[in-house]
Design a binder for this molecule. Structure first.
Ligand code: ASP
Length: 327
């Protein structure tokens, strides 16, 4: 190959790369976006994710597919997305666990504030303390007496360290000054099956998972984790009004991309989230499941990041003070 010919070939190569680079810059291209869910299929996070995948997909004009990667309270999925290609096609949906994990895990392996692009919050979900329907306790007072008499013989289910159900249980046990035996699952969908089957007695879970059972009366509802009663379940008293003063857990959910994802992609994804949560079908579904759609500020990337930071600052000292950790 003579020198000039080689130079010409290199120039053609560079030109081709520039042209193809330009044509691939538009996001989303012809492949679907994957939304990684850190808990088992059929559970509360999964339900929000699947609704969002539909409405976001409509806005993006591209399919959004759900990938369940459960385990270790959601931290396995977070690491998976942190290490994924930062091209906008792999996203994480995670909840309040993003803000509790830094306090709970001694070797977390990621920083929720600096290892991700924050795309926006998508749902706020209240929780309800529920029990197997054959429990004799009719209300919180009787439940507390039951827990006091049985102690560690009471099995409390959760979705692993760092999950919302874990956090709610920790707060509950420290508020009532009584330990129970905790039983971790890969999500609260399988935990709920066992609770209904009587293998475990209690669980604190999100209304997005419990709505059907609460409406059917197939579990016992002992109290909501909100200061005001939940609009969709007005007959369930709050834990606060039953003497567990200021007991409050609000399970906010947000969407993340790996750090360094191009601005063109994050802008389009954030816009799709904004449109997705404003979608009438999404709103109706959330209302039916007892969940709220976040305000415009929290649904924005900056609002999401600021809220995450404030939540890390809120939960880390509470967790450290309680002396709870995982490796
Ligand atoms: N999000 C739930 C929790 O943290 C678990 C799940 O989605 O299955 O308890």
């Amino acid at each position: 190959m003579n020198k000039n010919f080689r130079k010409a070939m290199i120039a053609v190569g560079v030109l081709a790369a520039v042209v193809s680079g330009t044509s691939h810059a538009a996001f989303p291209d012809d492949k679907p976006v994957t939304l990684v869910v850190p808990f088992a299929a059929g559970g509360p996070t999964d339900k929000v994710a699947r609704e969002l995948a539909l409405s976001m997909g409509k806005a993006l004009k591209q399919q959004v597919i759900v990938d369940n990667t459960p385990g270790a309270g959601g931290t396995i999925a977070a690491k998976k997305v942190m290490n994924a290609k930062n091209d906008g096609y792999t996203l994480l949906i995670h909840h309040i666990g993003m803000s509790t994990a830094p306090g709970l895990y001694r070797n977390l392996g990621y920083d929720p504030l600096t290892d991700f692009e924050h795309l926006g919050q998508v749902a706020d979900v209240p929780m309800v303390m529920v029990g197997n329907k054959d429990l004799k306790a009719k209300n919180m007072k009787e439940l507390l007496a039951y827990i006091k008499s049985k102690g560690k013989d009471v099995a409390y289910a959760n979705a692993g360290i760092g999950s919302a159900s874990h956090l709610c249980g920790l707060l509950f046990m420290s508020t009532i000054q009584q330990e129970m035996t905790t039983v971790p699952y890969k999500g609260t969908a399988p935990a709920l099956t066992d609770l209904m089957g009587g293998q475990v007695q209690l669980m604190c879970d999100q209304t997005t998972n419990l709505a059907g059972q609460l409406k059917a009366g197939s579990v016992k509802a002992y109290g909501a984790t909100t200061m005001q009663r939940i609009a969709a379940f007005k007959d369930i008293p709050t834990l606060h009004e039953q003497g567990l003063k200021d007991f409050q857990v609000n399970v906010w959910h947000g969407v993340y991309a790996p750090k360094g994802t191009a601005k063109d992609a994050t802008d389009k994804l954030s816009a799709a989230i904004k449109a997705g949560i404003a979608d009438a079908g999404y709103k109706a579904k959330m209302a039916d499941l007892g969940a709220n759609v976040p305000n415009e500020k929290n649904a924005s990337p900056a609002g999401h990041k600021a809220h995450l930071k404030a939540q890390i600052e809120l939960w880390t000292p509470i967790i450290k003070k309680a002396g709870i950790y995982a490796d």
